[in-house]
Design a protein around this ligand. Structure first.
Ligand SMILES: Cc1cc2nc3c(=O)[nH]c(=O)nc-3n(C[C@H](O)[C@H](O)[C@H](O)COP(=O)(O)OP(=O)(O)OC[C@H]3O[C@@H](n4cnc5c(N)ncnc54)[C@H](O)[C@@H]3O)c2cc1C
Length: 413
């Protein structure tokens, strides 16, 4: 039985480990926190997952919350013009429903499932020396440690890393009791863009205490929405959210009167620098003197959450790596094989998430034309929504002003 180690018990690491155990591999996962610590901790993400990623989980039998999590079939998009005016609004239908299951629920349960199914779990936080020692003991070591410090053993890929600093500061809250502007249309996600200031996302989700709403601000650093730097506790964040909504998105403010944080860990804060890393870390030591480890998920590709790509991409990467490992048979997992495995994933999928997210952060002129057309034509709105689910479509219609103009021309009167 081939021995494989996975470092990190998040979307990519646990999904890959569970797939490997099902395929007959001997798997060790190194997890920083126990299931109980994960459940009792703070929220980690907003984790909206679209149809293609949910299909992967379903096919692997990992869709344990599908019946309980709200199924989001459409997204209401609003372009706001400060102060507090709706400049443009449109509704985008998704071809397949999206779902958000609190990662605290998901990762804790998947860890328990892994142990039940015969995977070994070591609870500790690995440093680079520990990683090398682990890699020496296993035929393949995959680092799925997210955006944490361990990712730094993988060199930054400069040409593929579009930014050297965060483009948004993030503040999120899980809440019960948030109202809806159109109850008949629920469950529905809402996105508000405030040009120059940032974005607000609202989405139905499943958390530890049942269905809830998740709010996430993506604030342009130094701008008027960048007002959560002191990381207030959930109750205080809620008061501040109401004040910001009253000023910038008053039609939302009235829906937050009865809202309450879901639990003491319901608030999250952060700012991340979109980064792409080289897929192979050479850890030194080992028989060949290099001892390579392969990265996956956020460890290699971090996007701003604006387009909701990270967990989706981690799920796709885990499925891609699982197939590549099984197809490798008994052959050694060399550094070349690692590079090829990631490169194929990059070409097929990850590069599109980076390009699409960059476009949505920077909003070039031709994307304004897309929003305007989406408000007029249901088909344009639908294609935009489904580009979030299948970002490779970005290359077909949004990558250049010419492509977009050619597509929109067919809708001209
Ligand atoms: C505010 C916010 C909102 C987001 N919204 C969305 C969204 O709507 N849709 C979407 O698709 N993505 C979203 N994302 C991104 C998504 O959450 C991540 O991309 C995804 O979870 C990455 O999966 P991963 O397995 O690579 O890493 P993670 O899920 O981060 O898992 C990494 C794991 O490794 C562990 N770990 C770290 N270091 C070590 C160590 N040294 N030793 C042992 N274990 C370690 C961590 O504890 C963690 O359990 C969002 C992110 C943020 C910050």
């Amino acid at each position: 039985m081939r021995r494989i180690a996975v470092v990190g018990a998040g979307q990519a690491g646990l999904q890959l480990a569970l797939g490997l155990v099902a395929a007959g591999y001997q798997v060790t996962v190194v997890a920083a926190r126990t299931p109980e610590q994960v459940r009792q901790g703070r929220v980690l993400s907003t984790q909206a997952m679209f149809g293609p990623a949910l299909r992967i989980e379903r096919a692997a039998g990992l869709n344990l919350w599908e019946e309980r999590a709200p199924a989001v079939r459409e997204v209401r998009g609003v372009l706001a013009a400060p102060p507090g005016v709706q400049a443009l609004a449109f509704t985008m239908a998704l071809d397949e429903p999206a779902q958000s299951v609190d990662q605290r629920i998901k990762f804790a349960a998947w860890l328990e499932l892994l142990a039940e199914r015969g995977g070994r779990v070591e609870y500790r936080t690995l440093d680079p020396a520990g990683l090398r020692e682990l890699a020496e003991r296993h035929e393949l070591t995959v680092v799925a440690a997210g955006r944490g410090e361990l990712a730094e053993v993988f060199a930054r890929d400069r040409p593929r890393s579009p930014y050297d600093r965060p483009q948004r500061t993030l503040a999120g809250l899980y809440a019960h009791g948030v109202g809806s502007p159109d109850p008949a249309a629920e469950p529905r996600a809402r996105m508000h863009a405030i040009p120059g200031a940032g974005e607000l996302y609202l989405q139905p989700a499943l958390t530890l205490s049942g269905p809830c709403s998740i709010l996430l601000w993506g604030a342009v650093p130094g701008g008027p929405l960048d007002c959560f730097a002191d990381r207030p506790a959930p109750g205080e964040q809620l008061d501040r959210i109401r004040a910001v909504l009253r000023e910038f998105l008053p039609w939302e403010a009235e829906l937050w009167g009865a809202a309450e944080p879901t639990d003491p860990g319901a608030a999250l804060y952060g700012a991340l620098t979109p980064t792409v890393r080289q897929p192979v870390a050479r850890l030194g030591g080992g028989a060949g003197g290099e001892c390579p480890a392969l990265g996956i998920g956020d460890t290699l590709v971090v996007n701003d959450p604006l387009t909701g790509q990270g967990a989706n991409s981690a799920a796709r990467a885990a499925a891609h790596y699982l197939t590549a490992i099984v197809e490798r048979g008994e052959a050694p997992f060399t550094a070349d094989w690692m590079r090829q495995t990631f490169e194929l994933f990059w070409q097929r999928h990850a590069r599109h998430t980076v390009d699409f997210t960059r476009a949505m952060l920077e909003l070039p002129e031709h994307l304004h034309a897309v929003f305007a057309a989406a408000a007029e034509h249901e088909q344009v709105a639908r294609r935009l929504a489904n580009t979030y689910a299948e970002p490779s479509d970005y290359a077909a219609w949004l990558a250049t002003p010419e492509l977009t103009a050619a597509y929109l021309a067919s809708f001209a009167d």
